[in-house]
Design a protein around this ligand. Structure first.
Ligand code: AMP
Length: 426
C-alpha cells in the first residue's frame, strides 16, 4: 500500500514554490517599506493562548484546532493563526516597554481542521502583520492602505477591500442581544450551525452562506447602526482618512470575521478567481488582546493574508523556473572532474549551470541542453581535455567554437569569453 499524505495536507510542487516565493518577496518588500520587522514564531503554543484570545466559541477553537497532550501533561496546539502568538511574543520580550509602537510581521504555516476544498486546506500559510500600541484611527487606515498595497504588489486581479466596524465592549453586548433576538424569532429558518450559534456567537449569523439563513437575516439590525459614540467617531475617521488618501474600500455591514478578539475596525479582502473561498486576507483591531494574555492594556491592529489564495488569485503570472545560463557537457567519464570544477566556479560567480552526464550520448545531452533554454553548452571530450579548452556551442546562433574556453580559467574570464562568442548569450 502506498502511503498517502494526510487529508488536507499537501505537497507543494516546484512551480508553486516559485510562485509562493514571488508573492512572499513582493509582500515582504511592501511590509518593510511600511517599517515592519519580521519575527519568527513557534508552530506549537499552549492551547490556552488561543482559547483566551481567538475565543472559546469561535469555530477555530471549538472544532478546528489540532491539539495534543504533551508528556508533561500540558495541552499544546498547532497554531491556527498568528496574531495571538505575536502578541504573546511581544509581551514576553518586554517590547511593550522597549517598542511600545512596534510593527511586526510573520509568515509560515497555520493549521485548522476544516473541510478541505479549493483554497481551503488543513495546513496553509499566512503572512500577517501587527501594529501594536496604536489606538488611533490613523493606524487602522494605514493597515488597510498597507493591505491594498500588498494586493497591488502581488498583482491580485480584481480584489476588493471590505470594511466594517464591530463595535466594542460598550456597544457590542446590546447589539449581540438584539441580533440574537432577531434570529430567535426566525429560528425555524436557521441552519443547524446558526441555531447553535444563536446564544454563543450570534454575529456569525450574519455571514452564514446558507440561503434560508441569509433570507432570515435580511433586514436584521447591523452593528454599524448600533455603534456607541466613541466607536462611531473612530469608524467615521477611518473612512474619512481612507477616502482622503485615495484608498478604495467597500462598506460591508455583514462582514464579521471568525475570531472573537476583533473590536471596532474589521476588514477583509476578497479576490476574483477563488470560487467560494474568496477571502484572500482579513484583519482588524484587537485592543483587548494583550490584556487578555495578562499584559498591559495595549491596542493593536493587524491582518493576515493566506498565501495559497494569494497565489491562486495572482495566477497567470507565475514565474517559470529560473533560466539555465550554461550547460556543461562531459563527453567522457574522464572529463567529469574538470567539468564539475568549472561548473562550481561558474555557479559561485552567480550563473545557473547544469552539468550533463557522460553516460548519455552527445545527441541526448544536446537534446536536454536545448530543452533547458541555455544560451550555450561547454563540451568537454577527449580532444578538449588534451587541449585544456572546452568547445563552446552557441545555442542561439547554432554555431560551434572549437576549443575556445580555458578549462581552468577563472569564472570571470570564462564568462567574458562566452559573452564575446555568443551574441545575446550568457
Ligand atoms: P483568518 O486568520 O481566518 O482571518 O484568515 C486569514 C486568511 O487566511 C484568509 O483570508 C485566507 O486567505 C487564509 N486562510 C484561512 N483559513 C484557511 C484555510 N483553511 N486554507 C487556506 N487558507 C486559509
Amino acid at each position: 500500500m502506498k502511503l498517502a499524505a494526510v487529508k488536507g495536507f499537501r505537497d507543494i510542487q516546484a512551480g508553486e514554490v516559485l510562485a509562493r516565493r514571488a508573492v512572499l518577496e513582493a509582500s515582504c518588500k511592501v511590509l518593510e517599506n511600511y517599517g515592519f520587522e519580521e519575527l519568527e514564531l513557534p508552530l506549537l503554543e499552549r492551547v490556552e493562548l488561543f482559547q483566551r484570545t481567538v475565543g472559546d466559541t469561535s469555530d477555530i477553537v471549538e472544532k478546528e484546532m489540532y491539539t495534543f497532550e504533551d508528556r508533561d501533561g500540558s495541552t499544546l496546539a498547532l497554531r491556527p493563526e498568528g496574531t495571538a502568538s505575536l502578541v504573546r511574543a511581544y509581551l514576553a520580550a518586554g517590547m511593550a516597554r522597549s517598542q511600545p509602537e512596534g510593527r511586526f510581521y510573520y509568515r509560515g504555516p497555520m493549521f485548522r481542521r476544516e473541510r478541505p476544498q479549493k483554497g481551503r486546506f488543513r495546513q496553509f500559510s499566512q503572512i500577517g502583520a501587527e501594529m501594536l500600541g496604536r489606538s488611533d484611527p490613523a493606524a487602522d487606515a494605514e493597515a488597510v492602505t498597507l493591505v491594498a498595497d500588498i494586493c497591488e504588489a502581488v498583482g491580485l486581479r480584481e480584489y476588493s477591500v471590505e470594511l466594517n466596524s464591530l463595535g466594542d465592549d460598550a456597544c457590542r453586548p446590546a447589539y449581540r442581544k438584539a441580533l440574537a433576538a432577531w434570529g430567535e424569532a426566525r429560528i425555524d429558518s436557521l441552519c443547524e450551525d446558526c441555531r447553535s450559534r444563536l446564544q454563543r456567537n450570534p454575529l456569525r449569523l450574519l455571514d452564514c452562506k446558507v440561503e434560508s439563513c441569509r433570507e432570515a437575516m435580511q433586514g436584521a439590525p447591523m452593528m454599524v447602526d448600533s455603534l456607541c459614540d466613541d466607536c462611531e467617531r473612530h469608524h467615521g475617521r477611518v473612512k474619512e482618512l481612507l477616502t482622503e488618501s485615495g484608498v478604495e474600500v467597500t462598506a460591508n455591514p455583514r462582514m464579521v470575521r471568525g475570531l472573537d478578539y476583533y473590536c471596532r475596525t474589521a476588514f477583509e479582502v476578497t479576490a476574483a478567481g477563488l470560487g467560494s473561498q474568496d477571502a484572500v486576507g482579513g484583519g482588524g483591531r484587537y485592543d483587548g488582546l494583550a490584556a487578555s494574555l495578562g499584559g498591559p492594556d495595549i491596542a493593536g491592529v493587524g491582518f493576515a493574508f493566506g498565501l495559497e489564495r494569494m497565489v491562486l488569485a495572482a495566477a497567470g503570472q507565475e514565474p517559470g523556473a529560473p533560466p539555465v545560463d550554461i550547460v556543461v557537457a562531459p563527453l567522457e567519464e574522464r572529463a567529469l572532474g574538470v567539468v564539475l570544477g568549472l561548473a562550481r566556479r561558474l555557479r559561485r560567480a552567480g550563473k545557473r549551470v547544469e552539468v550533463e552526464s557522460p553516460s548519455r550520448s552527445l545527441k541526448a545531452q544536446m537534446k536536454r541542453a536545448d530543452r533547458s533554454g541555455a544560451a550555450c553548452v561547454l563540451l568537454v571530450g577527449e580532444a578538449e581535455l588534451e587541449a585544456g579548452k572546452a568547445t563552446l556551442r552557441d545555442m542561439v546562433n547554432k554555431a560551434d567554437h572549437a576549443q575556445l574556453i580555458e578549462l581552468d580559467g577563472d569564472a570571470e574570464q570564462v564568462i567574458k569569453c562566452i559573452g564575446e562568442a555568443v551574441k545575446g548569450g550568457a
